[in-house]
Write a protein that binds this ligand. Structure first.
Ligand code: SAH
Length: 233
């Protein structure tokens, strides 16, 4: 069973975009995952194919209409569809590697990309949308956020990453930022690769990497380090 993504957007041309290349692109071609980009405008009912209107209560900008979006969502995700319905939104719960893993283990996702000021609140409530943010900044639309989310999910699908071990050792997977990396040449602009890494002593190398990861995490992301973290001594 492959991961099925349905993306609702005013700009279906943005998909697969970057996800049509490299690992994700090859996996898409291989059928490891599928992507359907649905034009929200196709569900408008008036002659001008209107999808937005002025905000109730006044103010700047436009709001995406609940009725049009509901039609689009009900088409993409009919009763019985087990996939979670996500709304990319700066008000959402920040995306984490843990949620990415859960999504990758599931049947897929229906992803609504907002535009303008956002979507009518009644749509979020009646269609049970899970709001997900990719960070504390504002994009002009949900499409880049959907691409980010799908990139993170697709690389975890079975068979997508050649070296599965590297996925488990990465930043966040063990609650720490990753240790620094080095490769040839042995000396670059007067800086050698740390001795321990060319010592051939795998126990020492593992210890050094763990210590560097803890140090880096302490410096940059102390919020990730719970006092009882098993790797913190
Ligand atoms: N007026 C809104 C911002 C709208 S930005 C506010 O202040 O909260 C337009 C659309 O871009 C949003 O509907 C959402 O789909 C998307 N978007 C913007 N920033 C995002 C973020 N950090 N994470 C996920 N989606 C985002």
């Amino acid at each position: 069973m492959s991961f099925a993504a349905s993306v609702l957007t005013l700009y279906p041309e943005m998909f697969p975009g970057a996800l049509g290349l490299s690992l994700a692109g090859r996996a898409l071609e291989a059928g490891t995952w599928s992507l359907e980009a649905i034009q929200i405008r196709d569900f408008a009912t008036d002659r001008h194919r209107t999808v937005d209107d002025t905000p109730a209560g006044g103010g700047a900008g436009m709001v995406m209409r609940a009725d049009v979006l509901a039609k689009a969502i009900d088409h993409a995700s009919p009763p019985g569809d087990e996939r979670p319905r996500l709304l990319m939104s700066p008000r959402g719960k920040p995306l984490t590697q843990a949620r990415v893993r859960e999504l990758a283990a599931g049947p897929g996702a229906v992803i609504l990309c907002g535009r303008f000021e956002g979507v009518d609140q009644r749509l979020i409530e009646t269609r049970g949308l899970e709001e997900i943010s990719i960070g504390d900044f504002i994009l002009s639309g949900g499409e880049p956020a959907a691409l980010v989310l799908l990139d993170a999910v697709v690389r975890l699908l079975p068979g997508v990453m050649g070296n599965a071990v590297s996925g488990e050792e990465e930043s966040f997977e063990n609650g720490l930022l990753e240790h620094p990396h080095y490769t040839r040449p042995q000396e670059f602009e007067g800086r050698p690769i740390p001795d321990v890494l060319i010592s051939g002593n795998h126990k020492k190398i593992a210890e050094w990497r763990r210590a560097e990861a803890v140090k880096l995490t302490r410096e940059r992301r102390p919020d990730l380090l719970a006092p009882d973290h098993p790797l913190v001594k």
